[in-house]
Design a binder for this molecule. Structure first.
Ligand code: PLP
Length: 399
C-alpha cells in the first residue's frame, strides 16, 4: 500500500496547485463517515461541500450507478435517453419549472442561466437589456462568466478583463437593487442564502422585493440554488421558505448523489429562448449521472429528508449556541436547515485543522466562518459528537 506521505508528495509534483488541501488522503466512506488510507475514521460534516446529501455510498445510489453502468454509460444528446427524461420530469413536478437543461457543474449551470437570460432579454426587451445584477459576497463558480457574476475581488483578481454587462450591489439591500435595476436589466442573479459568502440568510422581505422589482421592470429572477437546493435547508428548494418563485434556477452539488451534474431549470416562457443549436453540453445529463441523480432525488423525496433537515439543523444550531456561550471568540451562529455557519473573531483554518486531527471534517465559508453541511441523513449522536469535538478544539485555545 502506498503511504499517505508518499501520495501527498506525488500530488505535490503532478497536480495543479489550485487547492489548499488538508494533509489527509481519503479512501472510502459510508453514511456520514469516511476513512483515510491509514484506516483513521472521520465524521464528515463537509459532505463534499454540500454534495453527499445521502451520505457516502448510499445503497440506492450505488445500485443505480451499477445497474446503469452495466447497461449504457453515455450517448450523445443527439438522442433521447430515459433516465434524463425521468429526472427532468421529477424536477419539474417538484419545482416551479417547466423545462430543464442538464450540464456538469454549478458554474456551467450558471453559464446556461446567464446565456438564457441574455437571449431572452434580447428577444423580449431589445438590444439595450443586457445587464445582470449580482450580489456582493455571492459565489457562482469559476468559469469566466460565473466568476464575473461572483462579486468578490479575491476570486476575480488576476483574471481580468472580466465579462461586460454585470453590476454588483450589496446583498440583502433592496434599496441598492432598486437603484440599479431598470429597462437595461436582463436579470437579477442571487443565492437565496449566500453559501461561500459566509452562510448569510437574507431578511424576510428581501426575495419578495426582488421578485417585485423583476415583475415591474421585466427583468428575470435567477436563483442560484447550487448549495441550498435539493433538501439542504429544510425544503426541497430554499425559495420555498419564502414562497418566492424564480424564472430560472440553477442546481448542482447534491443533485447527483456524488456524481457530477448541473441543471438549469426554467419556466416555459423563458426556456423558449433556447432552441436547437443555441446551447449544449456533450456530457450534459448523460445516462449514468441522471440515473444516479434520479435515485438520489427519489430517495430524498420518499424519505422526506428535506423536511427532516429542519429539526436536525435546529438541534445543530441549538448545540452550537451552547458552544458560543462558552467561547467568546464565537461571534454568530446562522443558517437554515443543515446549512449552518459559525462566525469566529479570527480565521477558521487552524480550527478546521485541529478538528481534522480529532476526526471531524469541517470546511470554511469565507475566512472567518465554519460551515456545517453534513449529509441530510445525519443523526443526533453524530451532531452531538461533531459539536463536542469542536467545543474541545475551541477550548484548547491554541486553535
Ligand atoms: C451557490 C454556488 N453556485 C455555484 C457554485 C459553483 O459550483 P461548481 O463548483 O460545481 O462549479 C457553487 C460552489 O460552491 C456554489 O456554492
Amino acid at each position: 500500500m502506498t503511504s499517505a506521505d508518499e501520495l501527498m508528495t506525488r500530488a505535490g509534483r503532478c497536480l495543479a496547485n489550485t487547492y489548499a488541501r488538508f494533509p489527509v488522503v481519503l479512501e472510502r466512506g459510508e453514511g456520514c463517515r469516511v476513512w483515510d488510507v491509514e484506516g483513521k475514521e472521520y465524521l464528515d460534516f463537509v459532505a463534499g461541500i454540500a454534495v453527499c446529501a445521502l451520505g457516502h455510498c448510499h445503497p440506492a445510489v450505488v445500485r443505480a450507478i451499477q445497474d446503469q453502468a452495466a447497461k449504457l454509460l453515455h450517448v450523445s444528446n443527439l438522442y433521447y435517453i430515459e433516465p434524463q427524461i425521468r429526472l427532468a420530469g421529477l424536477l419539474c413536478e417538484h419545482s416551479f419549472a417547466d423545462r430543464v437543461f442538464f450540464c456538469n457543474s454549478g458554474a456551467e449551470a450558471n453559464e446556461a442561466a446567464i446565456k438564457l437570460a441574455r437571449k431572452h432579454a434580447k428577444e423580449h426587451g431589445g438590444a439595450e437589456r443586457i445587464e445582470i445584477i449580482t450580489m456582493e459576497g455571492g459565489f457562482h463558480g469559476r468559469t469566466i462568466a460565473a466568476l464575473t457574476a461572483t462579486a468578490q475581488a479575491k476570486y476575480q483578481k488576476g483574471f481580468e478583463p472580466l465579462l461586460p454587462g454585470f453590476r454588483y450591489v450589496p446583498f440583502d439591500d433592496l434599496r441598492a437593487v432598486e437603484a440599479a435595476v431598470g429597462a437595461h436589466t436582463a436579470a437579477i442573479l442571487v443565492e437565496p442564502i449566500q453559501g461561500e459568502g459566509g452562510i448569510r440568510v437574507p431578511s424576510e422581505g428581501y426575495l419578495h422585493g426582488l421578485r417585485k422589482l423583476c415583475d415591474t421592470t421585466g427583468a428575470l429572477l435567477i436563483f442560484d440554488e447550487v448549495q441550498t437546493g435539493v433538501g439542504r435547508t429544510g425544503r426541497l428548494f430554499a425559495y420555498e421558505h419564502w414562497g418566492v418563485e424564480p424564472d430560472i434556477m440553477v442546481l448542482a452539488k447534491a443533485l447527483g448523489g456524488g456524481l457530477p451534474i448541473g441543471a438549469m431549470l426554467a419556466t416555459e416562457a423563458v426556456a423558449a429562448s433556447f432552441t436547437p443549436g443555441t446551447h449544449a453540453a456533450t456530457f450534459g445529463g448523460n445516462p449514468l449521472v441522471t440515473a444516479a441523480a434520479w435515485a438520489t432525488l427519489t430517495t430524498i423525496l420518499e424519505e422526506n429528508l428535506a423536511r427532516r433537515a429542519a429539526p436536525m439543523g435546529g438541534k445543530l444550531m441549538d448545540a452550537l449556541r451552547s458552544v458560543q456561550q462558552a467561547h467568546p471568540g464565537v461571534k454568530a451562529i446562522r443558517g437554515l436547515g443543515l446549512l449552518v455557519g459559525m462566525e469566529l473573531d479570527r480565521e477558521v483554518r487552524p480550527v478546521l485543522a485541529r478538528c481534522l486531527d480529532r476526526g471531524l471534517l469541517l470546511s470554511g465559508a469565507g475566512e472567518k466562518v465554519i460551515r456545517f453541511a453534513p449529509p441530510l441523513i445525519v443523526d443526533e449522536h453524530e451532531v452531538k459528537r461533531a459539536v463536542d469535538i469542536l467545543d474541545t478544539v475551541l477550548g484548547e485555545g491554541t486553535a
